[in-house]
Design a protein around this ligand. Sequence first.
Ligand code: ATP
Length: 931
Amino acid sequence: MPEENFAVGQRWVSHTESELGLGCISEVQGRSIEVSFPAADAIRRYAVNNAPLARVRFEPNDIVFDQSGNQLIVQDYQEHNNCLIYACQNDQGTLQVLPEQDLQNSIQFRDPGKRLFIGQIDKNKQFVLRRKALEYDHLSQKSPLYGLMGARVQLLPHQIYIAAQAAQRLSPRLLLADEVGLGKTIEAGLIMHQQWLAGRARRVLVIVPEPLLHQWLVEMLRRFNLHFTLIDAERFTAIHDSGENPFESNQLILTSMKTLLSDTVISSAVTDAQWDMLVVDEAHHLQWQAEKASADYQLVAKLSELVPAVLLLTATPQQTGLASHFARLRLLDPARFSSLAQFEQEEQAYQQITMLIECLLTATDVQSLMQSTHFNALTEKLDQHTLQKLLEPETFAIARQQAFRQLLDYFGTGRLLYRNTRQNVGDFPKRILQRYPLPEDTTEQPWPESDPRIDWLLSWLQSFKPAKALLICQQAEMASELEAFLRVRHGLRTAVFHENMSLLQRDRAAAYFAEQESGAQLLICSEIGSEGRNFQFCHDLVCLDLPQHPDILEQRIGRLDRIGQRHPVTIHVPYIEHSAQHHLLDWYDKGMDAFSEVQTIGENLYQQFSAQLQSVMVSPQDDVAIKALIRETRQQYQILKTQEQTGREKLLAWHSFDPAEAENLLAELESASRPIELADFISDFCDAFGIDHQSHSADTVILMPSEQMQQQDLPALPEEGITGTFQRHKALSREDIAFFSWEHPLIRSAIDTVLSHELGNTAFCTLTDERFPAGTLLIESLCYFDIPAPPGLHSQRYLPCQYRRLVLDEKGRQLTESLPSEILDPLAGRIDKPTARQLVSHARNQIELLIRQTWQTLQHDTQKWINSANHAVEQEINAEVSRLETLQSIQGNSLKAEISLWQHRQSQLLSAISTGQWRLDAIRVIIVTNN
Ligand SMILES: Nc1ncnc2c1ncn2[C@@H]1O[C@H](COP(=O)(O)OP(=O)(O)OP(=O)(O)O)[C@@H](O)[C@H]1O
């Protein structure tokens, strides 16, 4: 560093203490200088020939700040008395003079070029860490499966398939209607997690029945690391009184329909808040009839007009009738489901659509398709464009898939209804009915003493000890009374669970029942209270009474027959012979196998036979009528079941699950998990940022904050530390250990920390590689493509990729392919910092040339990137518009407004993408030494 360069007033930075900010030379005396660092209130004295300082010189177009914090753009500079005077433009566009002494003192250099030339050169290890952070960030964000990997769940094919389908949609609007207990909550969690991580759903509202609040809260946190805030009426009032909308107090809100409907102030506040995603569990309660819609339906209808992504969950979508089912579908996709009459007609034609799809799927080529008996009918249903492609041998395979999707969407069960069945999923235990006929009681005692079913229950429980059983009855009052009777009068270990209890009481009761050793032997639940709950740790269900709708019976059995159940589920039904309940039991058992099989046509049978059933139940001695009811129900059951299996169920099965595709997805998830690389990344990150890390056991580490931590705010690192494993199976069996995946909040925050910090954005290394002459200078740069656009547009998702690594030589030749990081990193040699600074300073002109060449290469490719993103936008939006146009012509209603919304979105996207630009994130200078 030539000593004559130093002059009072000049601005320099320290290589060794960059945190001091911008220094100003306050004294030059003989062979020493004094530098003040006003931002740190520090003074340093250095020997002239050995000062660890770099001169700060801004170039035209650099952004600088004056001492009052005003932002200025450098236009030019001149030297006066060895000091620089900048000519700058302020934000009003006027020119202004800024002597370097007046530059802001608290400067921190982020730009890699600037840092390199002022001597802030980081370690190679830090550069590599940064590159890995960029690569992983990019790879995961780009992967269509990003968001589906990090949940602490088993990767079950039927769930991953649905979640991956949802991930392809910009804002999924779906009805998740898997059979009871197949994991709709988990599917919704996966979809939410994916949308949350992809930045597409920042504000989520989940509405569940009150008894399920806590279960949801815990599942979302434990399995997905999603921290929901629970809003009940009390909490609402507390926050509301401070003037804030309680639904805006957090990003993820969990509430119950009861809370929302308890006060109009609450229901208005929920619709006033802005949401990206709405989830409604047990959605069969949203009832609708042409003349009247229930209050909860009306509220969800209002919300679903405002919220882009909507998930409705129910195992029994038709429990409250076909009209309500249709109305819920219409909430999700009004363009597709516009008329109930048409919807009913479509249901009648499902068998025909199934035949057409079968004809399509079995055809191996154009010839065989044309020879099929259903070919003509098929041509009537397909649009001209798809048909044309279907008749070309080259496009046959793709068009067949497209035609299949169109038939399902336009004429089948739609693209928004997913229903997995035990048949799809496989491997479920059997259901067994145990009947206990009892003689009528003739004593005159009050209930429950007078009830022979209670005597039966007492002796059954005695013989059954210590195994646990769940008893579900229709009413909360009955559940309470019975539980008190068994506990107080007979000293049994029982618990009760119903909708009139507080959240805390219910959770205590469930926990008492779940306790292995000293817990309750019997949990008595009301119908509504138990809906959606997980009780699969027990496998005996007692029904003292039976509900009158097959779907409600299915909900009951589903408390035990759910994922995780390892034993056959036994349903114990004690009943008084020849009573109404006896007939109801026969109707279910002999009329429709309701105990041994999952009901898909329960609602239909209920509609047809409920009147007859009522009359049989009021005159239980009428044997002829009873037999007729069971015979007719059975006949109808068989007819409907065949129709279902060849119509609706088949369409739903096709739409809801593709085993081959699901297998591919699981394989992709497996390979994207890269646990070894993750372990390395964590270890490198901890080294760079001063976090303690040590091995806990195989594939498991303990991370602890330390006093040397450079980044104080690594939000996901708890003060007491965290233990995490990279293995899913271990995380599933050890609740106390976190599941570390690329999606875990701590890892995402580690990646963000690296990328938001400048550490590692400059480096210098030597290279021994005989392919290049000694002395060759190369530059490795890490670049990112940014699109400054409103977040709601999600424009990044259309880019071919957002991150690039480039290696260039002095002649501007690209060596990226011949020097991939796997080759370069092991060959990169360390060089001490002072020498590196000298070399950089010496080769400044060449390095600047290399940086310019990198920029030129990037600029040259910018248009390619923009074109490719535009193409992706057009493809997606044109497909949506063409779908709406087809629906318009099939259904005969105008969808102009919807079409123009999509077109508007397209023009917004195209204009945002056209402003996209590359950013240079990091550079490493490489000098070939060959020694
Ligand atoms: N992929 C999975 N990994 C681990 N556990 C799972 C998985 N999927 C579901 N489960 C467990 O299986 C049980 C049933 O799942 P869930 O509650 O999501 O089903 P559901 O379809 O919503 O039930 P319901 O029809 O009763 O509302 C829960 O205990 C859940 O934690």
